[in-house]
Write a protein that binds this ligand. Structure first.
Ligand code: GLC
Ligand code: CA
Length: 559
């Protein structure tokens, strides 16, 4: 099979709002991204996925779109978009936009018409969304149609006076879900997608792509995800988009879906898939939850790391797709905490564990996505006040924690550990005020450690996390690492992350102590022919019987 460009690419995710502010309003923007293209090129990036840039009231930082055809004034103009695409292409880099097809903002003109009985376009747009008449209890009190719980914590239904109906929103109440059973609605989304393709974008990351279909019988269920996520019919919608819009125009697509079965995995992103080229999945992203914590439950409950679960998720995906499809590898995105604080150690072993995380992920086959700031070892936020947080989800969940009996302190700690905002604080470019992100106070506070953790310093030091990322990403290009064959060694181990990646040109042997403790390890492979390519302690001596220090890791290579 001929190789596709995206199989050889390193993708970098830019959370635009927090990447670089170019015009002094405290908000990252296209100007800032354009300024930093050379930086990204130099890091080894081939394609940039940009978080949603469309007009939006910013309830969910742009995933709530009020006009698909306008660029948010926070980020610039359509001229800036064209300049970005052009400048990126000149550097032989691709641009991927975030495509949000599951919902709009409640301030989108479609919804404004849909919700208002007296609006001249009411008839046309009502059907673009999902409505249900109220239920009534025995006392005649209005009740929600179901007891489903939204992904952001509250109910999924919001009452609408004008039509005496509830509308469905599986995210925030300012994000009504679109009705994919409406042909007219689908036609509008297809036209919109085509319009962006015509602006020159190279591909899309398709947001929330497994949520498009709902169970229209509306059975009760709490949280009820099985009634509004991953229903069989969403595959048909994706196929339709792909066949009519993505494939004919030769754009690359990355879907987003949790919990896929083997059959679904190939359907989403097998080489003959009619849906996507690749898929973002989540099996490895919350391998440290504590299901005995009822005060801050679910993903918010921080427990012990189950390393085996991380490796098993990756292994399962390699197995499911085999040579019939292509994998994405990534540690985290804008929806999970910072990987260094999450699976590494952002204190005493900050550098060692950041490098360990780079070795363990980026010598694996597939297409990597690096999340902004990961390459300098950025950490979770240090916010002390609830209103330091910006994410809409934080506010519904904080109230839940308090109602479950958590103290303010316990709730705040859960936010600092687990909230999505942890990954969304401004990029730490330098030790200047506001970390060189902006000249003014940013929309969201910079983490207090920017004087110790910033790019400017790390560019100057050979030993920095940044330099490790740069070298590792270079290595990926040398030996066809993306196309290698991976074998995990001692997959069951909760302490070690070890694998071989055999490529056409070399074999990589990656060994990591994933814990903060000293561990004994007998290497299972013969060391003959290998040389040491990377190490996160200066004096590592690779021998059969090893005593690995906290987070000690290394990469061996054999030609
Ligand atoms: C996706 C996005 C997330 C967003 C949600 C709703 O999961 O990654 O950030 O809040 O969809 O659009
Ligand atoms: Ca700005």
């Amino acid at each position: 099979m001929k190789r596709a460009w995206w199989q050889e690419a390193v993708i970098y995710q830019v959370y635009l709002r927090s990447f670089k502010d170019s015009n002094g309003d405290g908000i990252g923007d296209f100007g800032g991204l354009i300024e930093k293209l050379d930086y990204l090129k130099n890091l080894g990036v081939d394609a940039i996925w940009v978080s949603p840039h469309y007009e939006s009231p910013m309830d969910d930082n742009g995933y709530d779109i009020s006009d698909f055809y306008q660029v948010s004034k926070d980020y610039g103009s359509i001229e800036d978009v064209k300049a970005l695409i052009n400048e990126a292409h000149q550097r032989d880099m691709k641009i991927l936009f975030d495509l949000v097809l599951n919902h709009t903002s409640d301030e989108h003109p479609w919804f404004e018409a849909a919700k208002d009985k007296n609006h001249p376009d009411h008839e046309k747009y009502h059907d673009y969304y999902i409505w249900h008449k109220p239920k009534y209890d025995e006392h005649g009190h209005k009740m929600m149609p179901t007891n489903w719980r939204s992904w952001f914590g509250g109910p999924v239904w919001e009452y609408n006076e004008s039509t005496d109906e509830y509308y469905l929103h599986i995210f925030s109440k300012k994000m009504p879900d679109l009705n994919w059973r409406s042909e007219a609605m689908k036609d509008d989304l297809k036209a919109m997608t085509l319009w962006w393709i015509n602006q020159g974008v190279d591909g899309f990351r398709v947001d929330a792509s497994n949520h498009l279909e709902k169970d229209w019988d509306f059975p009760d269920g709490h949280p009820g995800y099985e009634y509004f996520s991953s229903l069989p019919k969403h595959h048909e919608y994706l196929e339709e988009m792909s066949k009519e819009v993505f494939k004919p125009n030769n754009v690359m697509t990355i879907g987003e879906a949790g919990g896929a079965t083997k059959e679904e995995a190939l359907r989403y992103c097998g080489f003959d898939s009619d849906e996507f080229d690749m898929l973002i999945h989540f099996g490895h992203t919350w391998a440290d939850t504590d299901n005995q914590n009822f005060l801050t439950p679910g993903k918010w409950a921080k427990g012990n790391l189950r390393l085996r679960e991380i490796k098993e998720s990756f292994a399962r995906w390699y197995e499911m797709l085999g040579n019939k499809g292509w994998n994405i590898i990534y540690w985290h995105n804008h929806d999970q905490p910072r990987i260094l604080s999450h699976y590494g150690d952002d204190g005493q072993y900050r550098k060692e564990s950041a490098k360990m995380l780079a070795y363990t992920l980026y010598f694996m086959p597939g297409t990597p996505i690096v999340y902004q700031g990961e390459e300098i070892g950025m950490t979770n936020v240090d916010y002390q006040e609830l209103n330091d947080f910006r994410d809409v989800e934080v506010y519904t969940e904080y109230d839940n924690f308090i109602s479950f009996g958590a103290s303010h302190e316990v709730a705040m700690q859960a936010l600092r550990d687990r909230a999505r905002d942890n990954a969304r604080s401004p990029f730490q470019w330098s030790s200047e005020e506001y970390a060189g992100f902006s000249d003014v106070k940013p929309w969201m506070n910079v983490v207090g450690n920017y004087k110790e953790i910033n790019l400017e310093d790390q560019l100057q030091s050979e030993d920095s996390v940044y330099q490790t990322y740069k070298h590792v990403l270079e290595n990926r290009k040398e030996d066809d690492i993306a196309f290698g064959e991976i074998t995990f060694i001692d997959l069951e181990s909760e302490d070690f992350y070890i694998y071989l990646n055999k490529t056409r040109f070399a074999t990589y042997y990656v060994v990591a102590n994933f814990t903060g403790e000293t561990k004994n390890l007998t290497l299972s492979e013969s060391l003959e022919g290998y040389h040491l390519l990377h190490q996160n302690y200066p004096d590592t001596e690779v021998i059969k019987e090893m005593i690995l220090r906290p987070y000690e890791a290394f990469v061996l290579r054999k030609k």
